[in-house]
Ligand binder design. Structure first.
Ligand SMILES: O=C(O)c1ccccc1N[C@@H]1O[C@H](COP(=O)(O)O)[C@@H](O)[C@H]1O
Length: 218
């Protein structure tokens, strides 16, 4: 089985190089100013020039049309990941601003949360199943919070999905086994402090994910 690996919250050329050299499939850039990993659309565009064969992903939270236009102009992302309260129609409309498609992120704490994704089928090109943020949080993701990954195990959809939320080099093998995921997404789990990527943890994470799935590359 081949899996996809996304390294998210990249905010330095060195972290991009570490991710590309280790074989990441997706490079995520958080264009959301409240994130400790925030970059501008123009900075993301500069970093994404080093993506090689990986795909660039702009992570946005309830963007307005002006923000979507800035992201298109600044980085022309392969994918847009919408991590806010966007409706199915809003997600579909955002496809005009991405080269390959739009992903919708959901906070998962129960089977009902997972079923909420169903009404987005056909409107998006991928799902990201993340943890719910802590109460009162000022951003919806990137907290390193895990949840019961086995909730995902029997989820079947025509829409491909990534497992996210609290993943680390140490637990990604268990997370893959418990969830049955075909792809994984990590931000804080490859950092030494919020917003500071650990250049050794990135290849460690990708290596652990590949080893768990029995592949050297997806
Ligand atoms: O990482 C952030 O700061 C962030 C901000 C706003 C929306 C999404 C964000 N990150 C997403 O969170 C998960 C990974 O979180 P972690 O590995 O548990 O820290 C991933 O989908 C990121 O895109």
């Amino acid at each position: 089985m081949s899996i996809g690996v996304k390294i998210c919250g990249l905010n330095s050329p060195e972290a991009v190089v570490a991710s590309v050299d280790a074989g990441a499939d997706y490079l995520g850039f958080i264009v959301f100013e409240k994130s400790p990993r925030a970059v501008t659309a123009a900075e993301a565009g500069t970093y994404a020039k080093g993506k090689g064969s990986a795909s660039s992903v702009a992570v946005l939270v309830d963007p307005d049309d002006a923000m979507l236009a800035r992201v298109l102009t600044g980085m022309a992302p392969d994918y847009i990941q919408l991590h806010g309260q966007e409706s199915p129609q809003r997600c579909q409309d955002a496809r005009h601003y991405a080269r390959r498609g739009v992903w919708k992120a959901f906070g998962i704490a129960s089977a009902a949360d997972l079923q909420a994704a169903r009404r987005y089928e056909g409107y998006v090109d991928g799902f990201v199943f993340d943890a719910k943020p802590p109460a009162g949080a000022d951003r919806p993701g990137g907290w390193g919070a895990a949840y019961d990954w086995s909730l995902l195990h029997d989820f079947e959809s025509e829409t491909p999905w990534l497992l996210s939320g609290g993943l680390t080099p140490e637990n990604v093998a268990e997370a893959l086994a418990r969830s049955g995921a075909r792809g994984v997404d990590v931000a804080s789990g490859v950092e030494s402090a919020p917003g500071v990527k650990d250049l050794d943890a990135i290849p460690a994470f990708i290596g652990a994910a590949r080893a768990a799935s029995g592949t050297s590359r997806s």
